[in-house]
Design a binder for this molecule. Structure first.
Ligand code: TXA
Ligand code: MG
Length: 327
């Protein structure tokens, strides 16, 4: 054997820089993005792994760092309505939704504008693009300092739990990305709601904005994907949000050997929300799953969570976490 594992690791690893949210650090982060580097940054939903959305090589590095299947298109983050209009075509209906819910945890799938300059890797070759204007202040300041669209999936290795703190990002991607901006814990704690507005409005992923709120705005119900239908948002693959242990849902009580994640009256070993507050549960969901991973739990029981408002997105994530996986 002539390959020394230590040298091998060194050859493929970067020193991942820890940055803060102040102006000088954000200017440095913007410079790294301009040079085609990868910067993880906080948004109000989860931490994103950002790259210049117009630089194909930089975007390719996202897939590489995450070990993500390359057919997954990415969300493009913008800092203003004007910037959204430069990459996508917003008709009256999408403008109406965007005006009320942007900035915020909502992603709109829209027709790509001709001459958008986006790398086709970002859209995975689709004629549509997923666009989001984040509400998180650090994300907004980074977008402003960079002055262009930032492609960013959640900053976790593919198939693992989404990060809601800088230390989650470090534990998953340290050595694989250029920098992490620490802006504290994410306030929403689960990803954006994704709706497709390229045709009849469709829900692609439940998330930070309750579906009911969007339906009230567009005055029609969103078509949800049929069970068993080919997912149109490839991130919707069955076992996408997987902790390491096996997950059992709807568990009022735990069996011997199970780590119990509680909610409301079901206390558990740790809880999504002692008071049964769905917003708090959403914020804590991925953090709890990370904690359970850190405890090396092999079997996880999760208390029932009601399916209303944010509970729908929480159950969606939990069902993916519980889905059978290909090893
Ligand atoms: O809250 C969020 O949305 C976070 C933060 C970082 O903004 N981002 C995030 O990105 O969750 P990601 O890459 O983990 O999820 C993107 C989802 C995937 O399910 C992808 O398939 C879908 O968006 N998507 C992207 N472009 C699409 C398109 N053109 N048509 C349909 N689905 C698309
Ligand atoms: Mg993700």
């Amino acid at each position: 054997m002539d390959s020394d594992p230590a040298t091998e690791t060194q050859r493929h690893s970067l020193a991942t820089l820890g940055l803060g949210p102040d102006k000088a650090d954000l200017a440095q982060a913007a410079e790294i993005l301009r040079e085609g580097g990868l910067v993880a940054f906080p948004t109000e939903t989860v931490y994103g792994l950002g790259a210049d959305a117009r630089n194909a090589e930089a975007v390719a590095r996202i897939y590489e760092a995450k070990g993500r299947p390359s057919f997954n298109p990415l969300i493009v983050h913008v800092g203003s309505f004007e910037a959204a209009g430069e990459i996508a075509v917003l008709d009256r209906a999408s403008k109406a939704v965007a005006r009320v819910l942007w900035p915020g945890p909502l992603t709109l799938v829209l027709p790509v504008r001709e001459g958008s300059g986006l790398s086709s890797l970002v859209t995975a070759g689709l004629p549509s693009v997923a666009v989001r204007m984040p509400a998180g202040k650090v994300a907004q300041r980074l977008l402003e300092a960079f002055g262009g669209p930032i492609a960013a999936p959640s900053a976790n290795p593919s198939g693992r739990v989404s990060p809601t703190t800088a230390s989650h990002v470090f534990s998953g991607l340290s050595g694989k990305i250029d920098a992490v901006i620490d802006g504290g814990a994410c306030v929403v704690g689960l990803e954006s709601t994704i709706i497709d507005l390229t045709g009849t409005p469709r829900l692609l992923r439940a998330g930070g904005v309750p579906v009911e709120e969007i339906e009230a705005l567009i005055r029609t119900s969103l078509i949800a994907p049929l069970p068993g239908e080919q997912p149109t948002a490839p991130g919707q693959l069955a076992s996408h949000y997987a902790p390491k242990g096996r997950v059992r849902l709807g568990a009022e009580t735990a069996e011997p050997g199970e780590t119990h994640l509680g909610f409301g009256a079901v206390t558990g070993d740790l809880t999504l929300s002692e008071t049964g507050d769905l917003k708090e549960a959403a914020t804590r969901l991925f953090d709890c799953l990370h904690k359970i991973d850190a405890m090396n739990a092999t079997r996880i029981a999760v208390a029932p969570v009601p399916r209303e408002g944010l509970g729908r997105a929480i159950n969606d994530r939990l069902e993916r976490a519980a889905a059978p996986r290909a090893e």
